[in-house]
Design a protein around this ligand. Structure first.
Ligand code: ZN
Ligand code: ZN
Length: 557
């Protein structure tokens, strides 16, 4: 069960969010290649105050706004070749029903209570002002325009009543304070179970583990479950008419509901249980660092509280931050690149390569156009592209495209074949530790080894005096290329497919073929156009400027 964090659809995702989705796709593709049954789900997280505020500003209904953004994002993610089994949305019928049913169980099991709270209320609009409906001065850093849920300037989490000089974001009038009844998830009741779960889970990366344990140690707090807003899933509790569930507390259940919906769509309505209830299955998440507690504490807490025997997250592959040219992504300040722009600037395979090879697995990463240029030009083009091109074109010109006879005669050939045999094991070792960036580096290293081998054997020289010797080197190069093609499939599916199609008619190529010499002498190899071309940071910057001047960016909600 592979789960990718759900993009919040008030705008299109930026490169950081795309990296999570790509990571999940790479991992799911790897599992399928290994012959595992893997399901990949994600979807649009579309409820809550930020969307409602944005819709009010645009003069459309929240549903109109998210319909548009959901379709657009779904289409864009397809363009990046992300192979979801189900990319759904939190407005889906299955999700809403599942969330309500699960919360009723959680309530029956005694994990939900209600309490009166004092909240800002706009008399002009006759509504409560939760989260982003209210802004004011931050009580910590005193910057203006802090929101009711968070201060963007200092990053502190806020309650609407924390704000100094609060005002309604819609009419700028000062709100009054008014009492409202709300429902809470009694997370502290689950502290001990969650502590054991985190401690006994050896897979969590260090950041997820440390963060979660210190959260539990500090003492878990009850989580607010309801809101006085209309754009959301109606709270299914007694006396909660007119309230909706807090977006953060329902979207996270979408991993299960998306799998249920997938099973229903495939006319096997019980199939989801195999992935969520069968202890033989594994639950794997790809999220950013800011989402750790939702996946290691709150989501497992909700599943436990439901009383059903769910598989809890087995791995939460949580990456560090990705910055854009040394700064935090910000749509309002136009810092960053958004996926609708990215796909216009370079092909999906370039982004897949650059973003996975920048994946912030152990430390923060910084995306710059110069780094993008360096990765594409010196790694993708000069190492991988060059190895593919020289091997195939030399075969075409000197061996009429037929794989020559080869065997491990020379000592250096034996060394090279040993490197080839070891390569998939090294790559797998990285996958086992969820180090996708390092796995991709290993593939580039294998292509580099292929280039080194060709430089060393110089078939373009030996060809003139000893055609068999030149053929020997080419035969071995083809085997290296085949393993590069097989192992590259999860990362760059299109390029890998082009390489493999040139080498063989047979399909599909499984992971266990990697490292073996499976392209037999005499096989007819087809010619291949160069897979990549060089890019220029300067050109990309100019192209982005041009794109933005012709299509102004929407403001961030
Ligand atoms: Zn602040
Ligand atoms: Zn107002």
């Amino acid at each position: 069960m592979v789960c990718a964090g759900w993009p919040y659809v008030n705008s299109t995702p930026h490169l950081g969010t795309l990296t999570q989705l790509l990571s999940a796709d790479v991992y799911a593709r790897y599992l399928r290649l290994k012959g595992e049954e893997a399901v990949l789900v994600s979807g649009s997280d579309e409820h809550g105050a930020p969307i409602e505020v944005e819709a009010l500003r645009l003069g459309v209904s929240p549903r109109q706004l998210t319909n548009r953004n959901h379709q657009l994002i779904k289409h864009l993610l397809k363009a990046f070749d992300i192979q979801f089994d189900n990319y759904t949305r939190t407005e889906s019928r299955v999700h809403k029903e599942f969330v309500q049913k699960t919360y009723r169980k959680i309530e029956q099991n005694g994990y939900i209570y209600s309490q009166s709270v004092i909240l800002p209320y706009c008399e002009n609009h006759q509504r409560f002002l939760p989260d982003r409906f209210v802004e004011g001065e931050c009580p910590h850093c005193h910057s203006q325009g802090a929101r009711g849920d968070q201060c963007d300037n200092c990053g502190k989490i806020l309650e609407p009543t924390d704000l100094i000089k609060p005002y309604c974001v819609l009419c700028h009038q000062t709100p009054i304070l008014k009492e409202s009844k709300h429902w809470f998830f009694d997370l502290p009741k689950l502290s001990e179970r969650l502590r054991k779960y985190v401690e006994k889970n050896p897979n969590f990366p260090e950041n997820a583990r440390n963060f979660s344990l210190s959260w539990i140690k500090e003492g878990l707090k009850p989580r607010s479950l309801t809101r006085d807003i209309s754009w959301g899933i109606p709270a299914p509790f007694e006396g909660a008419k007119g309230k909706t569930l807090y977006v953060w507390m329902e979207a996270v259940l979408g991993y299960v509901s998306a799998t249920k919906e997938w099973a229903e769509n495939n006319h096997k309505p019980n199939l989801w249980k195999k992935f969520w209830l069968d202890p033989e299955s594994r639950n794997i998440h790809f999220v950013g660092k800011d989402n750790i507690p939702f996946h290691t504490i709150i989501f497992p807490g909700l599943l436990e509280a439901s009383g059903d025997k769910y598989n809890l997250p087995w791995q939460v592959s949580s990456t560090e931050w990705i910055q854009f040219e040394g700064q935090k992504f910000s749509k309002s300040r136009r810092i960053g690149v958004w996926i609708d722009e990215a796909i216009e600037l370079a092909g999906a395979e370039y982004w897949r390569y650059a973003l996975i090879s920048l994946r912030p697995e152990l430390k923060d990463a910084n995306f710059t156009w110069e780094e993008f240029e360096r990765k594409i030009n010196t790694e993708l083009n000069d190492v991988l592209g060059n190895f593919v091109h020289r091997t195939i074109s030399f075969l075409q010109t000197h061996f009429r495209g037929r794989v020559p006879d080869y065997s491990a005669r020379e000592l250096s050939d034996r060394d090279t074949l040993a490197v080839l045999e070891q390569a998939p094991k090294k790559i797998e070792e990285k996958f086992k530790r969820f180090r996708l960036k390092e796995a991709l580096e290993q593939i580039i290293e294998l292509a580099r080894e292929g280039n080194r081998y060709l430089n060393d054997r110089e078939p373009w020289k030996t060809y003139k005096t000893d055609k068999a010797l030149a053929g020997q080197s080419l035969g071995i190069s083809v085997q290296i290329l085949a393993t590069v093609g097989v192992t590259l499939q999860p990362f760059l599916p299109k390029s890998a497919s082009s390489i493999l199609k040139a080498l063989s008619e047979k399909k599909p190529f499984r992971w266990n073929q990697a490292g073996k010499c499976f392209v037999k002498p005499g096989t007819q190899i087809r010619s291949l156009k160069p897979l990549f071309h060089k890019v220029s940071a300067q050109d990309l910057r100019a192209k982005l400027e041009q794109l933005r001047s012709s299509k102004p960016l929407e403001a961030e909600a």
